[in-house]
Design a protein around this ligand. Sequence first.
Ligand SMILES: [Zn+2]
Length: 320
Amino acid sequence: MAGSHPPPAGGPQLTRHEVERATALRTDQDRLAKAWADPATRVLIVQDGQVVARVGDGAAELVFVSPEHAPDGDRFLLGVDSADVVYFGVCGPLNTAEGVAQQAAAGPDGEVTIRRAGLREAGVLLSDRDAGLLTHAVALANWHAVAGHCSRCGAPTKPEMAGHSRRCTSDGSEHFPRCDPAVIMLVTDPDDRCLLARNVQWPKGRVSVLAGFVEAGESAEQAVAREVREETGVIVSSVSYASSQPWPMPHSLMLGFRAQAVTTEISVDAEEIEEAAWYSRDDLRAALVSGELVMPPSLSISRWLIETWYGTELPALGIG
Ligand SMILES: [Zn+2]
C-alpha cells in the first residue's frame, strides 16, 4: 500500500452517530413508560424509508414529534442522548410530522423547505446525531414492515425489547432484525492502480468498486475473492478488512475490504459488469475533471474506499 497517502478524515457517512442505543432501557418497562409520557421525548415517524426533514442550504435536520402526536404504529427505542432526551421511532404516516414542522416554521422562513426524505437524499446533509438516528430508525422500520408474521408458522408476531425483536404469538419463537451482509472491495494491482467497474444498469461513465452479497456458508473474505473473479476475472490475495457501513435499503450491511490483485488481465462477466479498468490516481483525476467518469455518491462506502486509496477527497467534478 502507498503509505504516503493519508486517508480522508472520518469514516463512512452512515457510521456517524451520537445517541447511545441504551440497550439496558429496552427491558425497563417503567422507564420506557415514563419516557413515553414525557413531552420532551422525541419521536421520529418513518414511512416507507422516509421521514420529514427541514432541508436548507447544504444541511438538513430531522423533524421529531412528541409522543402524544405519534401515530399508532410499531414503536422502537432509538436511544438516549447526553442530555437524557429519549428518542423513539414509530412506523406510521408522515402527516403529523409535516404538520408539526409547518407550524414551527410559520413566519418568514424562505431558506428552509419541509419535505419527505430518505437516507439517500438526506444522509450526508444531516448532523452526526441525526444521521445515526435516521440510519437506525430506517433499518428497524424496514424490518418491522415485513416481520409481522412468523417465518416458521405464519402466525402474527409482536414487538418486544422496545421494538428490537419480535415474538411469535403462536409458537413463541423470537425473531431479530434481518441484515444481509454484502462485501465491497477496493482492488489494487502491484502498481497501486485501482480497479473500477461499471454495472450494466449504470449510465455510461459511472464507475465504482466491485461489490456483491455474501453467500450462505461463505466467509466475507471468500466472497471478496469470488466476486472479483466472477465479475472481472481478476484473482486477488491479501484480502483485508477496512470498515463497514449499515445500508438499510432495505437491509444490508456493507463490509468494506481492500484486496491486492495477483493477476491484472480483465475479462468482465457482461452479466453484472459492463466494463472495468485499472486507474492510477492521475488517470482517475483526469477522467473526473474531464467529465469522462462519475464517482459514486459520497454517502456510499464505495466512495469512502476510493478516497482512502486516492489519498484525499476526489475532485468535485464528476461526482454523481
Ligand atoms: Zn410462529
